[in-house]
Design a protein around this ligand. Structure first.
Ligand SMILES: NC(=O)c1ccc[n+]([C@@H]2O[C@H](COP(=O)([O-])OP(=O)(O)OC[C@H]3O[C@@H](n4cnc5c(N)ncnc54)[C@H](O)[C@@H]3O)[C@@H](O)[C@H]2O)c1
Length: 432
């Protein structure tokens, strides 16, 4: 038998969290995470126990903050609430150790920059930012302030996507040739959930980015070109700047000079009585195999009179974020959407409490080397998003079929070429 330290000897740390944005994703993932992390803490041999407490929130109107306070467990209900368009910056300067940013994606940058400038670790929802200059600014500030700047792509933690990557890393699936991904969101998202900020936006930036990251992270390679198109007329006027659905094509080149093309289709106008919450499907073809994955058809199909498919979905994703009665009687809410947040807090706790202060920089460097969530590994993904937004803006302004080249044109790292126009438009001058 080995002698162990008693619980009293185990160090117990606390990290105070700030949360900007209390919408759908807060409710699905951050809320259960903070409630669990305040009650039970996170254990790691590197630092002992760390509790993460929701200390401050920022939102546009404060309504959801107050309604959450009424139902939150006592340990989580004492947060400060900052309200208004500039609430994120104010909250970032308050007494918090890290800041999570889950505001609409065109409002990530200012809040994340304010938090980093105030010396706080930052976790930002996908896509982290909408342009490479914004990414450069966040990365620079994070390095200056010696804090972490990370992004959430919870689909990288989906067990099926982890298995795909494992087969690629182990060279069982060899050399990806081409692939497609599809993610279709219900009309309720564009018509209700996002109605406040949807004008001029597209579903590609919001959800295709999950697959851009999956492809970039899983297969590596150098992004060469981006093309895109889409449909309008349901969420906004048919000749307007707000998109119903988008199709994006990325071409990558690998070390041996061979290329692969990926098509990513997204929409937020699927009928609300669709049997699943979202339709998510990928197919990747390799030199020696095919990977097909359908997240809605993993095995469950449930019908309950009066409930499915509107109040409860017929095909449910019990891996992302489900409410369960555990076999030991406890009620829980768990899944990869929550696991990804816990991992970030584990990284922050390891940097701050995982050894002597003299070795903090080495721990910081180790956390920054994690390509699945560090902003330094986000360049090709943000380049694809910036290119997509530029191509769609050109289309809405009357110039269809533009293509963006990456690190191939003498004029710059991200260059938009319009058909019949000799002059390139430089979206980003530096190397992507
Ligand atoms: N990882 C995922 O799969 C996933 C899923 C949904 C959303 N998201 C991301 O999370 C973010 C938010 O999405 P959502 O679905 O929760 O949106 P939402 O519209 O439901 O909520 C947005 C929240 O941001 C707040 N807000 C808006 N402007 C603000 C400002 N200037 N300052 C402070 N707060 C402000 C609103 O008050 C609201 O609480 C987006 O970036 C989105 O891409 C990610």
């Amino acid at each position: 038998m080995t002698k162990h330290a008693s619980p009293a000897q185990l160090p117990v740390h606390e990290l105070r969290a700030g949360m900007a944005g209390l919408g759908m994703i807060f409710d699905e993932t951050y809320r259960p995470f903070f409630e669990q992390a305040a009650a039970q803490g996170i254990f790691d041999p590197a630092f002992g126990v760390c509790r993460a407490r929701l200390a401050a929130v920022a939102s546009r109107t404060g309504t959801r903050a107050e309604s959450y306070r009424r139902t939150a467990p006592p340990a989580t209900a004492t947060f400060e609430s900052h309200v208004g368009a500039h609430s994120g910056g104010l909250m970032a300067e308050s007494s918090v150790d890290f800041v999570c940013v889950a505001t609409p994606d065109d409002r990530h940058f200012d809040i994340a920059r304010a938090a980093l400038a105030a010396g706080k670790h930052v976790l930002v929802e996908k896509p982290s930012v909408l342009s490479l200059p914004e990414l450069d600014a966040l990365e620079r500030t994070a390095r200056e302030k010696r804090v972490l700047a990370k992004v959430v792509y919870h689909k990288l933690l989906d067990p099926d996507h982890k298995k795909l990557r494992t087969l690629v890393v182990d060279n069982q699936l060899r050399h990806v040739n081409h692939g497609y991904c599809s993610l279709l969101e219900p009309k309720q998202i564009s018509g209700d959930q996002f109605a406040e900020w949807i004008h001029g936006r597209n579903p590609g930036t919001y959800v295709a980015v999950h697959y851009i990251k999956l492809i970039d992270f899983t297969f590596g390679g150098r992004l060469k070109s981006i093309a895109a198109t889409g449909q309008r007329g349901l969420v906004g006027p048919a000749d307007g700047a707000t998109w119903d659905s988008n199709q994006l094509r990325l071409v990558y080149e690998y070390a041996d000079g061979r290329e692969a093309a990926f098509d990513i289709h997204t929409s937020w106008v699927t009928p609300d009585n669709f049997p699943g919450y979202v339709e998510q499907e990928v197919q990747f073809r390799f030199d020696n195999g095919v990977w097909n994955c359908h997240s809605r058809k993993r095995g469950v199909e449930c019908t309950i009179e009066g409930l499915t498919p509107t109040k409860l979905k017929t095909t449910m994703n019990n891996h992302y974020n489900g409410r369960f009665v555990e076999p030991w009687g406890e009620r829980s809410q768990r899944g990869y959407g929550i696991e990804v947040l816990e991992h970030f807090v584990r990284e922050v706790a390891t940097v701050e409490f995982g050894g002597p202060p003299s070795e903090r920089d080495a721990r910081l460097a180790a956390a920054r080397s994690l390509a699945y969530n560090d902003l330094s590994a986000e360049r090709q993904t943000v380049a694809a998003v910036q290119a997509l937004e530029a191509i769609l803006a050109k289309r809405a302004a009357g110039t269809p079929d533009c293509v963006v080249h990456v690190n191939r044109h003498p004029a710059g790292g991200l260059v938009l070429l319009a058909p019949g126009k000799a002059e390139p438009e430089v979206l980003y001058g530096g190397e992507v």
